[in-house]
Design a protein around this ligand. Structure first.
Ligand code: GLN
Length: 442
């Protein structure tokens, strides 16, 4: 596929904005002297581009610096070809909460890409050998990877610097990678990894070790109990294939995982509600000047106009959970659940190399289905992706089935710093299971 055809496909799926399609059309930029090309989710700061995190409030914000992950990829010879669309500030699972249009699933343009790194997954699915940088707080790499039929790797919390990332939930945010197969991720994860003096939560860490694979997986029974029939059958078939590859599959009980979703929505919104406070109309993007308004009026008018309704909901929810008098009942309790989840993973890893579930409870929903969902129904989509994110564990989503032509993924979570295990299993899986590419790509 040449650059012009690619640009057309990228426009059809509305994967990003700014120079994305133009760079693909430009032979010098696209086929020029670069080791590789990549895109980044719109919540990572990058020189030469606006960085809006999918929000109206950041319209026109041009950061004067690169996020560490972007800087490292550029130094390795990468050409940044565009910013990918996303749910505003990462709030969502379908990328329908963006102020800059909605990316469409390359397998069916009437369906969503997943979220919140939806444009990243669409780009990875449409463009051969493309490396898409994504970010996950509670599943935003796994979810769109599953819906768009690509590989999505979320690293251990602290492996990749968060410098230059527009925060959602500071104790949860992780920069990761998506691509049509695991090879580019194996190549470039070490490039973006490593401690960074600019991010105190980035850690000195063991290097990526690809020598140890996965001989056994634990499947938590309560996590596969509520699947649709289609999804259960598809997942069982994938489990059968893994067994055929010599992987031992153990059924385990991890009852605390049931509470991971409500705990996540308390912790993530609590952190988000404080992180959103900086958007007051006086620092970034949509700056209001010459106003006679007092601070409170200014603050409310800028935020009423600049923030989307899901963002407002999250600020209210998070502020509520942190209020004096309610804090113990919600926020502190959610922290306790987080500890239980971590402990239950530790126990599971004593008997198995990884924990396996489907990635999402269903394939990518159609936009008309999403419109009729309540907020709670939408949050429920994250039931399987939230647990490893709460525990800061590395996890990968791999395409494992096609249901009515739509891709479905399986998700493997490994102990901290064991990304190598996940990536070496991915390599083996790819020799057994053929990933499909969307029609728009040849
Ligand atoms: N869908 C989840 C949420 O809305 C996760 C999003 C993310 O990881 N950024 O919070």
């Amino acid at each position: 596929m040449n650059g012009a055809e690619l640009a057309a496909a990228v426009r059809r799926a509305d994967v990003g904005y700014q120079v994305f399609a133009e760079r693909l059309e430009d032979p010098i930029a696209y086929e020029g002297d670069h080791a590789f090309h990549f895109s980044t989710k719109d919540n990572l700061c990058s020189i030469d581009f606006q960085t809006r995190s999918g929000s109206r409030i950041l319209e026109g914000y041009r950061p004067p610096f690169d996020a560490t992950a972007i800087e490292r990829l550029r130094k390795a010879g990468g050409l940044l070809i565009g910013k990918t669309n996303m749910d505003e500030f990462g709030f969502g699972s379908f990328s329908t909460n963006s102020a800059i249009g909605v990316p469409r699933n390359p397998f069916d343009l009437e369906r969503c890409c997943g979220g919140s790194s939806g444009g990243a997954a669409a780009a990875a699915s449409l463009i051969e050998d493309h490396l898409a940088v994504g970010v996950s707080t509670g599943g935003s790499i796994s979810c769109p990877a599953s819906f768009c039929g690509v590989v999505g790797l979320t690293p251990t919390y602290g492996r990749v610097s968060r410098w230059g990332l527009i925060d959602y939930g500071t104790s949860l945010d992780k920069v990761g990678l998506l691509s049509a197969s695991s090879a580019p991720i194996r190549r470039y994860l070490p490039v973006i990894s490593g401690p960074d003096p600019l991010d105190p939560t980035s850690q000195t860490q063991p290097p990526l070790d690809m020598s140890g694979g996965i001989d056994s997986v634990a499947v938590p029974e309560e996590m596969v109990a509520d699947l649709s029939d289609d999804m259960r059958d598809a997942f069982q078939e994938a489990v059968g294939k893994l067994e055929g590859m010599g992987v031992e599959v153990l059924k385990v009980a991890m009852p605390a995982l049931r509470y991971a979703l409500p705990a996540y929505y308390i912790l993530a919104t609590a952190e988000a509600s404080t992180n959103m406070a900086r958007y007051c109309g006086m620092r970034y993007g949509d700056i209001v000047e010459d106003t006679d308004l007092g601070f409170n009026e200014l603050f409310s008018s800028v935020r009423s106009r600049g923030l989307g309704s899901e963002t407002k909901r999250r600020i209210l929810l998070g502020t509520f959970c942190r209020m004096v008098g309610l804090r113990d009942r919600y926020y502190i309790k959610a922290l306790q659940v987080r500890q239980l989840v971590i402990r239950q993973y530790e126990e599971a890893f004593q008997g198995a190399d990884a924990v396996l579930t489907p990635t999402m409870p269903y394939v990518a929903p159609r936009f008309d289905e999403i419109e009729t969902m309540t907020a709670l129904e939408a949050y429920h989509a994250d039931i399987l992706t939230v647990p490893p994110n709460l525990a800061g564990l590395p996890h990968i989503s791999l395409p494992c089935a096609y249901i009515g032509g739509m891709p479905a993924g399986m998700q493997l979570a490994a102990p901290h710093w064991k990304e190598g295990r996940l990536l070496s299993l991915a390599e083996r899986w790819e020799s057994e299971f053929q990933y499909r590419i969307p029609e728009g790509r040849t």
